[in-house]
Design a protein around this ligand. Structure first.
Ligand SMILES: NC(=O)c1ccc[n+]([C@@H]2O[C@H](COP(=O)([O-])OP(=O)(O)OC[C@H]3O[C@@H](n4cnc5c(N)ncnc54)[C@H](OP(=O)(O)O)[C@@H]3O)[C@@H](O)[C@H]2O)c1
Length: 309
């Protein structure tokens, strides 16, 4: 048996894939799920111990801390994977929906990391937050979801700096589109939001709803990826990144995973931000100075990742 890892949201999608991925590699996986049926489905899987846990429920979190402590396995890794998706114009989100997505996607990792910190400190362990490329890019309809993933970026940076002196490393994995249940799980709420859209969004919302009833024919599978022809990746690429963040001697702070098209979108967004930051009367580097800064950063990074002698 190798290390003990707790994964939230292990019932479906990325979390379930990761639970099996780590268990097959002989790690002990505490797989946190909410529903009895998911608990039963994971019971008896070798190296997986299901745990009933909703990341918004403090009582269940405390019970899980007591349970895992009593197992005597310690806890080396916490993967904050549980998350809600959801699309809709800002004005169509109810107060309760808006608070809920922050409660699960942002306060959830904060609550879990706090609750399990003593065990993670004792193990000199790792925390891995499952962010998103939506922690860097954003677009209409994706507003609240991407706000939560932007918040998770700041949380990861600050928490990593807090915990590094105590030998706990914190990383964030930033997937693009991944095959999972997130779209289907968010569909009913999204439809309800589109149905209650008011002017000036009502016309476009009605067109979107109509397009669900009459979907366009599927694009040619050989057509290149584009905004209207997305090609979601396997959850395996997330599992591989989490594996590195958990077990590599030199884990990275950020792991962006996804397709080439998605990567281009993120890099162009970051360049746009860099140019915005540079476009200021008090502070404006020339093109040559910017390139020299990039070279310095690349060199510092190469030296930092040089293997230990
Ligand atoms: N799929 C993508 O394209 C994609 C891209 C970037 C980032 N991500 C991120 O990856 C993570 C996993 O998403 P997924 O794509 O695998 O979606 P998913 O298939 O919908 O799985 C979401 C998981 O979160 C759990 N969950 C929801 N609310 C919870 C709560 N209050 N407490 C505990 N668990 C809760 C769900 O449990 P139930 O089954 O009980 O509802 C489920 O296990 C999320 O953080 C998501 O934002 C996904």
């Amino acid at each position: 048996m190798q290390k003990a890892i707790l994964i939230t949201g292990a019932s479906t999608g990325i979390g379930r894939h990761l639970a099996h991925y780590l268990a097959e590699r002989d790690h002990l996986v505490y797989a946190a799920v909410r529903k009895d049926t998911d608990f039963a489905a994971l019971s008896g899987v070798p190296n997986i111990v299901p745990v009933q846990l909703d990341v918004t429920n403090l009582e269940q979190i405390e019970t899980a801390v007591t349970f895992i402590t009593a197992q005597g396995t310690g806890l080396y890794g916490l993967v904050n994977n549980a998350g809600l998706g959801g699309l809709g114009y800002f004005t169509t989100w109810s107060e309760a929906e808006f608070q809920q997505i922050f409660d699960v996607n942002v306060a959830g990792p904060w609550r879990m990391s706090n609750a399990f910190l003593d065990l993670l400190l004792a193990a000199r362990g790792r925390i891995v937050n499952i962010g998103s490329q939506g922690g860097t890019v954003s677009k209409k309809l994706y507003g609240p979801y991407t706000m939560t993933k932007h918040a998770l970026e700041a949380y990861t940076m600050a928490l990593n700096e807090e915990l590094r002196p105590f030998h706990v490393h914190v990383s964030i994995v930033q997937p693009g589109g991944i095959v999972s249940n997130i779209g289907a799980n968010g569909l009913p709420d999204m439809v309800a939001r589109l149905q209650r859209a008011q002017p000036p969004f009502a016309t476009e919302a009605q067109q979107l709803l109509a397009s669900f009833d009459n979907p366009s024919p599927p694009p040619d599978p050989n057509a290149p990826e584009s905004e209207s022809n997305r090609k979601p990746s396997s959850p395996e690429i997330v599992a591989t990144a989490v594996d590195h963040a958990l077990f590599a001697d030199r884990p990275k702070l950020r792991y962006m995973v996804g397709t080439h098209w998605e990567g281009n979108r993120v890099i162009n967004t970051l360049i746009d931000r860099l140019l915005d930051a540079n476009d200021s009367p008090e502070h404006s580097y020339s093109r040559e100075q910017l390139i020299a800064l990039l070279d310095q950063q690349l060199q510092a990074r190469n030296e930092a990742v040089r293997p230990l002698q």
